[in-house]
Design a protein around this ligand. Structure first.
Ligand SMILES: *[C@@H]1O[C@H](CO)[C@@H](O)[C@H](O)[C@H]1NC(C)=O
Ligand SMILES: *[C@@H]1O[C@H](CO)[C@@H](O)[C@H](O)[C@H]1NC(C)=O
Length: 430
């Protein structure tokens, strides 16, 4: 790129020195030609399928993002040892998607949805919706008795558009976190498609109210779950036993009491959502001796919030309907079933049966997740409001999520607009 710019600079110097004796008018013409040529050059340098259809449709802030402080942020979560081409690992956020007119998730092109599945956030149900329930030209191929479905692009035999447990499996490790996915997804897809491709990535995830999630994880561990095959790759290696000690001695932590569960400081359940969304390379991965606990917390939380904000979509377990609406509206993909808002689960029952000082202890332990969740609620609300305001058939669309896709939603007049206020006031309860 540099050499191209230099050549180009020389070229323009020649041209302008010849232009000196000419009139102002022809000077302007020459400048215009130069500008035009530089556009051609940019279009040439911009690889097909990575850039949106036209250069103008790239939101400005992509390139504003090159300025100093966001250049730092831009490096958040970049794969560690790979091409630094700015468009190579192109990730699209929600803002990128809604700021582009006529945005389409190009399922036939090189767009890929990557589902970051945090334990006990409702991700299993959502993951199933993704493979079984989307209204697609070529639905995922799911066979009875098989856990995984084949989610192949419509015009292809082997190219994948969905990276998730129920499509690709745990290719980047069991419940891979943000750090692991960023360093792995691209290579994993190249490998499984047996060719190198430049793709656009759309990261999505779900979050859940942190105390319910924590208690739900506790119950799961109590029943014998361990997730001990999770790799926790970070900085090119897995953590040592000293960096990430086990909380229990045997094969699992079955029958652990809640007091034991919360007193193990290495328990990965603690602030799990923040840790799994943060770029752990910013805090030297799992080795806690490089900075104070306070500093580590501040960086983890800031990174998790930033990464969440940069996601194409996230949903909240407590707001299934809004989550479904946001997903459908942002990707222009519809589900064939409405998401179900489950009533109180086991863990919320546990919640109300715990002693208040124990609940307070759990809250203090999970303070990062609590702050992240507050941030996520506000962000979800902002995104919902933005989407609702741009949706002329909001009332109809919102009330018919997953119901019927035989009729073109845009052709239906909005008879339900009176209900919008109810929905919004409903929404305000948190
Ligand atoms: C963390 O890294 C330092 C320096 O490399 C090392 O001396 C220390 O043993 C590591 N800590 C743990 C818990 O492994
Ligand atoms: C949740 O509870 C409400 C009222 O108690 C009930 O109408 C609804 O069907 C329940 N939903 C589920 C998914 O069980």
């Amino acid at each position: 790129m540099d050499s191209v710019v230099k050549k180009f600079g020389l070229l323009s110097m020649k041209w302008t020195s010849r232009a000196l004796p000419l009139t102002n008018k022809s000077f302007v013409v020459i400048v215009l030609i130069l500008v035009f040529m530089s556009f051609l050059l940019m279009a040439y340098l911009c690889p097909e399928g990575i850039c949106p259809q036209s250069l103008r449709s790239i939101p400005d802030h992509h390139f504003d993002g090159r300025s100093l402080d966001t250049a730092f942020k831009d490096n958040l979560g970049k794969p560690l040892s790979q091409s630094s081409h700015p468009l190579y690992h192109y990730k699209l956020s929600f803002d990128d998607m809604i700021n582009v007119n006529e945005f389409v998730f190009d399922i036939k092109g090189n767009d890929v949805i990557v589902f970051l599945h945090i334990q006990k956030t409702g991700g299993t149900t959502f993951g199933r919706h993704l493979v079984r329930d989307l209204d697609l030209e070529k639905p995922c191929l799911c066979k009875k008795g098989r856990k995984k479905c084949k989610c192949i692009r419509p015009d292809s035999e082997a190219k994948l558009w969905l990276f998730s447990r129920y499509s690709t499996g745990w290719k980047c490790g069991l419940h891979a976190d943000f750090t692991e996915l960023m360093g792995c997804v691209d290579n994993a897809l190249d490998e499984s498609e047996r060719q190198r491709t430049k793709r656009r990535y759309f990261y999505i995830t779900l979050l859940r109210e942190p105390i319910s999630r924590f208690l739900s994880e506790y119950r799961h561990v109590q029943r014998g779950a361990t997730w001990k095959t999770s790799r926790h790759m970070c900085g090119g290696r897995v953590p040592t036993k000293d960096e990430l000690p086990s909380c229990y001695a045997g094969t699992d932590w079955r029958d652990v009491t809640i007091e034991e569960f919360i007193s193990c400081e290495h328990n990965l359940a603690i602030n799990r959502q923040t840790r799994m969304l943060a770029d752990l390379t910013l805090v030297d991965c799992y080795n806690k001796s490089f900075m104070s606990a306070k500093e580590r917390d501040v960086i983890l939380l800031a990174s998790a919030k930033e990464n969440l904000r940069r996601m194409a979509f996230f949903g909240l377990c407590e707001h299934q309907k809004i989550s479904q609406y946001l997903f459908e509206m942002s990707f222009h993909l519809n589900f064939l079933q409405p998401f179900v808002q489950l009533n109180e689960t086991h863990s919320t029952l546990t919640y109300s049966h715990l002693k208040p000082d124990l609940v307070n202890k759990i809250k203090r332990l999970n303070h990062l997740d609590i702050e992240l969740y507050e941030f996520a609620k506000q962000l979800l609300y902002d995104r919902f409001k933005k989407m609702k305001n741009s949706d002329q058939n909001f009332g109809f669309n919102y009330n018919n999520l997953g119901v019927s896709h035989q009729i073109n939603r845009n052709d239906v007049s909005d008879k339900n607009s009176a209900k919008i206020d109810d929905i919004l006031s409903d929404y305000h309860y948190y």
